[in-house]
Design a protein around this ligand. Sequence first.
Ligand SMILES: [Zn+2]
Length: 252
Amino acid sequence: MEINGFSLLDLGANYHEKSILVYGESNEIIKVPFIGVVIKLNDLIVLFDTGPNIDGNYSIMKRFSTKQSDNQHLINQLNLLNLNIKDIKLVILSHLHFDHAGGLKFFRNTNIPILIQKKELDYAYNPDWFYKDVYYRNDFDFDDLNYITINGNYKINDNLKIISLYGHTPGTQGLMYHSKNNKIIFTSDAIYTLENIQPTLRRQGFDSCTSMWGKSANKVILKNKFDNFEIYPGHDPEFYSKKRFAPYIYKE
Ligand SMILES: [Zn+2]
């Protein structure tokens, strides 16, 4: 990655009912993309989310027909940017659902810090019954991963800030990126699709706490409305069909 900016990674997709994204929508099966983000700020190269561990073969992957081609493996997506795992200086994990946490295994024994909300790491070991099939210890339970747990918002530097967006899970967090050309809030699953907030709020079909989700959705809406942050949602098929992916770099 020769220039500063950000790049979107195509890490595969689930195929499931639209009603999981937007409550009350149809049961039509749609393709739901997995997104990773790499941000380069001079020497600091940050990865936000890691996609699924397709070799895990988890039961949920059968139900959602989870797909990840060789080209969509985290390693190969990073290679499109001429990056290897060891070039990543910081991993930020939005939450520990299988479609976001599966690439953590590549960071074992590397000592690369992984920023995560403490609440999320705790919850992943003992999720509610309705969430048991989306958390897999095989994704995250390694004592040779360098977790750094935080509580709430956290400023990394003037360009990057973590924002807590609880509700999709107890410890979901988003990433705000501010540079010359970009003012973006990467929400991950705190906002699945823009349809969940525009033109009006529409609850998601799969959250741990809808009440907390509503408060986090409002935080995102306010950042967009009054602070001009562009919203990059977690799994919006339409939104990402119009975006360019690695090796393309959106300049800083
Ligand atoms: Zn999720």
